[in-house]
Design a protein around this ligand. Structure first.
Ligand code: FE
Length: 286
């Protein structure tokens, strides 16, 4: 991660640091790049993790994520291309396909599987972990499938556009649920040299992740495909597509400023609560 020098305070945001993430494996052997949740960038309160799964080779994803638990936070899965099947122990099932989102609030406990619903071709998707405030970590589990057609489409001029998963932009509201951290999650497409101003709420912490082309953010700071840029404090974020244009995610939330105790798929506030989570899971109380 590289950090640029502090700039004078202003209301526009800039790229405070960049990372290319860490290649790793998870589930039963799925190859992925972890962008948030690494030794370099442990978390970005209230964002706990961002994984990118992108493989043209079924060997990279076919093993999937067989049955495993979660407690204390939310997972948001966004599929750019491909299909995954979700099943959980609360009777929920859902197929997430091209352009679709699944929002799962683990709360007090979910045991689920996330398996590829394809045996060949490319798969490209994201999984984001959002923290829950202490008061909601043991809430009832919840989930919703959001097909591509239900995302809010924002036209931004110059051929630029955004698909809004959560938050508000130009009078449109994303279909994501209302949460304490007021998540802002957008997938932005910028043609070459198009410029937009992105209304990241003031006080939110967040980042951009570029996955096609390159764009320049704030007063300076270009970010290329495969790189994550941590946003400075501020409000609006200006972005301009470079010569090939760009497509990127903007993800931000209101910091919780609470202690984090994290152990694999359990994210609580204290080590004691982690011990309880492990006991509850082993005893079948999820
Ligand atoms: Fe999971």
């Amino acid at each position: 991660m590289t950090t640029t020098a502090l700039k004078p305070q202003s209301t526009s945001r800039w790229i405070a640091a960049k990372t290319a993430g860490m290649p790793t494996q998870d589930g039963a052997g799925v190859s992925l790049t972890r962008m948030v949740g690494t030794p370099q960038l442990q978390d970005l309160d209230p964002i706990l993790m961002l994984d990118v799964i992108r493989s043209d080779d079924p060997k990279g994803y076919i093993a999937g994520f067989p049955e495993h638990p979660h407690r204390g936070f939310e997972t948001v899965s966004y599929m750019i291309h491909g299909s995954m099947q979700h099943r959980d122990n609360h009777g929920g099932t859902g197929l997430i396909t091209d352009g679709g989102v699944q929002w799962m609030t683990a709360g007090r406990g979910v045991v689920h599987s996330e398996m590829p619903a394809q045996s060949d071709g490319a798969l490209f998707g994201f999984q984001l972990w959002l923290n829950l405030p202490a008061s909601e970590k043991m809430r009832e589990p919840w989930y919703r499938d959001i097909p591509a057609g239900e995302l809010a489409h924002v036209s931004l001029g110059d051929g630029a556009s955004a698909k809004l998963i959560a938050g508000e932009w130009s009078g449109q509201k994303g279909p994501g649920p209302d949460r304490a951290i007021a998540p802002f999650i957008a997938d932005v497409t910028l043609p070459a040299y198009a410029q937009v101003s992105i209304p990241v709420p003031a006080g939110h912490a967040g980042f951009i992740y570029v996955f096609e082309g390159a764009a320049s953010f704030g007063p300076e700071g270009s970010v290329r495909a495969g790189e994550l840029g941590v946003l400075s404090e501020g409000a609006e974020l200006s972005a301009a597509g470079l010569s090939k244009g760009a497509r990127f995610l903007v993800i931000a939330g209101k910091p919780l400023k609470e202690p984090i105790a994290k152990y694999g798929p359990f994210v609580m506030n204290t080590p004691d609560q982690i011990r309880t989570a492990i006991e509850d899971y082993r005893a079948g109380r999820f």
